[in-house]
Design a protein around this ligand. Structure first.
Ligand SMILES: [Zn+2]
Length: 281
């Protein structure tokens, strides 16, 4: 399905981001890595074609460690997306990053344990072809252009986002212990989530621009006084902020550079012409 949908941009997030759009088309995409989390929902925002993908599936049935991240990124690229926005809920590791804080990280730390995190593992694909072993640079894991656009979009809606910080990605689905949380905080890390990795790394392997927007829904155990994080509290704060986060995302979609002509960031040439052994979709 090479680019037949003319999609430019992918958004990996819940149904709250697309369910009210007119003319949303649902399509199913299969990949050499199996099916993505759900159908892709194609719509138009500010004249740009966007593919929305519910990260956890409709009804939120996939925990973070069982999401097929490789299929998700592959599917988005296969319909034409070259830039991806990845909003997610996180816990704040500092008291000043309370619920409702929007932080656009510039680094992440991987504390996950069980996730397939590369396309280039030398394992033959079910549909034919064997990827070579390839190492991409991830020193700066997020698209610099996308980050600037996201920060400007937030500012335009009177939401002063935190510019930069480190997202530590844990395996989940449980929340951190107090000791873990205090340790993350002592390292100087900013927020903690469960889905940021391997999303950004896989995007880079496919030469996709990837921008993370993290919404703080709670103070993590090491930064909070009380009992620690509860699932209900996370859902409540996310729901209270989903409208304005959607506004920021849509303004960011409008502001992203034209994928076909002007992606001059490092992401677009991450493979540097290396022979991956397989054709990217
Ligand atoms: Zn980029």
């Amino acid at each position: 399905m090479a680019n037949t949908e003319n999609v430019e941009i992918g958004v990996i997030g819940g149904s709250g981001f697309y369910s009210f759009l007119d003319d949303v088309t649902e399509i199913q995409v299969d990949t050499p890595y199996g099916p993505p989390s759900d159908s892709l929902f194609l719509g138009e925002v500010a004249g740009r074609r966007v593919a929305f993908l519910p990260r956890h599936g409709r009804g939120h049935h996939l925990p973070p460690h069982r999401i097929n991240y490789r299929a998700n990124l592959w599917a988005l690229r296969s319909v034409g997306a070259r830039q991806v926005l990845g909003p997610c809920a996180v816990g704040g590791l500092r008291p000043e990053y309370g619920p409702g804080t929007l932080l656009v990280p510039d680094q992440f730390v991987d504390r996950t344990q069980t996730r397939a995190q590369t396309f280039f593992d030398g394992v033959p694909l079910a549909g034919g072809g064997t990827p070579n072993v390839v190492h991409v640079s991830l020193a700066d894991p997020y698209c610099p252009a996308g980050r600037e656009v996201a920060l400007a979009a937030a500012r335009g809606r009177d939401w002063e986002a935190v510019d930069g910080g480190t997202l530590v990605v844990i395996e989940g689905p449980r929340f951190s212990t107090r000791a873990e949380s205090l340790w993350y905080r002592a390292q100087g890390w900013s927020v903690v989530g469960m889905t940021g990795h391997p999303e950004a790394a896989l995007a880079r392997e496919l030469e996709l621009c990837y921008t993370s927007l993290t919404l703080v829904t709670d103070l993590d155990a090491g930064a909070a006084a009380g009992e620690g994080v509860s699932h209900d509290e996370v859902l409540r704060v996310f729901a209270a902020n989903v409208d304005r986060l959607r506004g920021v995302l849509f303004d960011a979609v409008a502001g992203l550079p034209d994928s076909s002509s002007s992606r001059d960031c490092l992401c677009a040439s991450a493979l540097g012409g290396m022979d991956t052994g397989i054709a990217l979709p």
